[in-house]
Design a protein around this ligand. Structure first.
Ligand code: ADP
Length: 158
């Protein structure tokens, strides 16, 4: 069974993330979307809230599992016996950072963990969770950037 893990902050999940998840769900038997509890980033939504939002919008896809983890990605992969990490690439600016993480994970896992990149759907290439939060904080319209449950959660939080 081909399983990939898609890790990220997802604070909150956007249509760009969802597009990557949908495309990956066709390529892999199972995709585990894992909310990483990144202590160096302050977040708007708790890990549990983020997990719940992702569960709500991926339920229909059938082969998506949602999880959370606090620690190193390679430790998570070892625990779950996963060898593929999935990441999204929006622009060249993502590339340097992502390349560094991918090489590090490969090195630390003794070549047991490889990273697969999906390039963004051009419609969402400008989209990030930070942009969504910034717009929502000024009561701007984010309906073309996130699903309804996330838009409502943002309105309630801000
Ligand atoms: P992180 O904090 O780990 O970068 P994010 O939640 O911001 O996590 O993103 C998770 C992954 O999704 C990253 O690989 C990121 O490049 C990718 N991603 C974010 N936004 C988009 C988008 N609009 N289109 C495609 N991939 C995206």
């Amino acid at each position: 069974m081909k399983v990939a893990v898609y890790p990220g902050s997802f604070d909150p999940i956007t249509l760009g993330h969802l597009d990557v998840i949908k495309r990956a769900s066709i390529m892999f038997d199972k995709v585990i979307v894992t909310v990483m509890n990144n202590s160096s980033k302050s977040s708007l939504f708790s890990v549990d809230e983020r997990v719940k939002m992702i569960e709500d919008i991926t339920r229909d896809l059938g082969n998506i599992e949602v999880d959370s983890f606090d620690g190193l990605m390679i430790d998570y992969c070892r625990q779950k016996n996963i060898h593929i990490v999935l990441r999204g690439l929006r622009a060249i600016t993502d590339f340097e950072y992502e390349l560094q993480i991918a090489q590090t994970n490969r090195e630390l896992s003794h070549n047991n963990v490889d990273t697969v990149f999906l390039t963004t759907n051009l419609r969402y290439s400008y989209l990030s969770s930070s942009t969504v939060k910034e717009i929502a904080s000024y009561h701007g319209d984010v309906s073309s950037m996130v699903t309804d449950n996330v838009r409502i959660a943002l309105e309630e939080r801000i």
